[in-house]
Design a protein around this ligand. Structure first.
Ligand SMILES: Cc1ncc(COP(=O)(O)O)c(C=O)c1O
Length: 395
């Protein structure tokens, strides 16, 4: 049992022993978006699906949620999450009860709390990479040693289960797998997933399954068993931002049968947001109860855009390499020109107002860039990209 001060539930006096704090490294991708997201015409690298209009979402409410919305009082809300919201989230899983759910301000807060609770000096974690930086950076800042499990384009970005298992150590406390994956669209096969989850269950290692793109599998038959259902120490990370197209709500959650871990995360959350935004909880509940409609819309947008990308990449195969994603709303193509992707992307945004996300923001060498296909302006964005490809390359 871990003996860090915060586990005792005591208030630290002057004699309390603290680990030296480490300053967390900047989140490169989020700094990039802070600079560009609201300054360009077309975000051809967004990871979310086109957000719902508020009025359209509220129109989906049933009698109960319409009344909750109309009568909402803007006091503090219940710290673990609104009971009806937790019950609705639990319905997304096979073996999960409402008390196995903890609601957060987006997936990001959940990652921050969980990494701090599970990882500290002397601990080891394995995290898929390239990836969403907080999935490994928060653990590092907490003092843990992190092994990045590198996905490679030559393998079609596939997860290498044997290599991943080979990197486990006696000190490994956590394995993080994001699938469908940001930025590659990787999705393990059911066989690979079963092998990995069985191995982790056997070794009693926690698995954080970042499933924020779950339900956007290109073939629904490829949807994996949720991490929370796959093993007792499995933790599913979900959010309203991506497949549910409601990023502005900032509602995410952890689902796990490990109640002791969830209680520690709840105690940590007292230092971040305490409880969720009351309006967002009700709007999330409306969205989840209407999830058939909500997810159908997302899948329709993504499928139509992916068709367009198939044509686009076929036309430009001489200049762009593309591994078709198996799920999610993003992919990670590569520019084959000699020009570095950062300079190419800078010229593209200057000329056409179309933003790509260079692989350098993930710390990846080579000429990869992230492309997003969840937005409704993708045809216009792609037209701008196409015009730009038609102009002479940099001398
Ligand atoms: C893999 C992954 N995990 C977590 C998050 C964080 O989600 P949110 O911004 O909704 O908190 C993102 C957002 O891009 C993501 O791509």
């Amino acid at each position: 049992m871990d003996e860090r001060p915060h586990d005792h539930g005591l208030i630290g006096g002057p004699e309390m022993d603290h680990h030296p704090a480490m300053r967390i490294t900047d989140f490169a991708l989020e700094r990039f978006f802070a600079r560009w997201e609201f300054a360009v015409r077309h975000l051809l690298c967004a990871s979310d699906v086109e957000g719902w209009r508020m009025a359209d979402l509220v129109a989906l409410a049933d009698d109960e949620t319409a009344a909750l919305w109309a009568d909402l009082r803007l006091g503090y809300s219940e710290a673990p999450g609104h009971p009806l919201l937790r019950a609705e989230i639990a319905n997304l899983y096979d073996s999960i009860e409402p008390d196995d759910i903890l609601v957060f301000a987006g997936a990001e807060e959940a990652i921050f709390c969980l990494s701090n609770v599970l990882l500290g000096p002397g601990d080891h974690a394995v995290v898929t990479w390239p990836g969403y930086q907080s999935l490994y950076e928060v653990g590092r800042a907490a003092g843990a040693e992190v092994t990045l499990h590198e996905l490679r384009e030559v393998d079609g970005w596939a997860l290498d289960t044997d290599r991943l298992v080979g990197s486990l150590r006696p000190a490994t406390r956590l394995v993080v797998v994001n699938a469908p994956h940001n930025p590659t669209g990787m999705l393990p096969t059911a066989v690979e997933w079963a092998a990995l989850t069985a191995e982790l269950a056997e070794r009693r290692i926690h698995l954080l399954a970042d499933e924020v793109y779950r339900f956007l599998e290109l073939d629904p038959a490829d949807r994996l068993t949720a991490g929370a259902d796959a093993l007792p120490r499995g933790i599913s990370l979900g959010v309203m931002s991506k497949s549910f197209a409601l990023a502005g709500l900032r509602i995410g959650w952890l689902a796990t049968r490990d109640r002791e871990l969830l209680a520690r995360c709840a105690a940590f959350k007292d230092y971040t947001t305490i409880c969720s935004s009351a309006p967002s909880e009700i709007l999330a509940l409306i969205g989840l109860r209407a999830r058939d409609v909500v997810l159908e819309r997302s899948r329709r947008i993504v499928a139509a855009n992916l068709d367009r990308l198939d044509g686009f990449f076929a036309t430009h195969a001489q200049r762009l390499a593309w591994v078709r994603p198996r799920g999610g709303s993003i992919g990670f193509p590569r520019l084959l020109d000699d020009e570095p992707i950062d300079s190419f992307a800078a010229r593209l945004v200057e000329a056409e107002g179309v933003l790509l996300l260079p692989g350098s923001q993930f710390g990846v060498a080579g000429n990869h860039f992230r492309i997003g296909f969840g937005r409704e302006d993708l045809p216009q964005a792609l037209a701008g990209f196409e015009r730009f490809l038609g102009t002479p390359a940099r001398p």
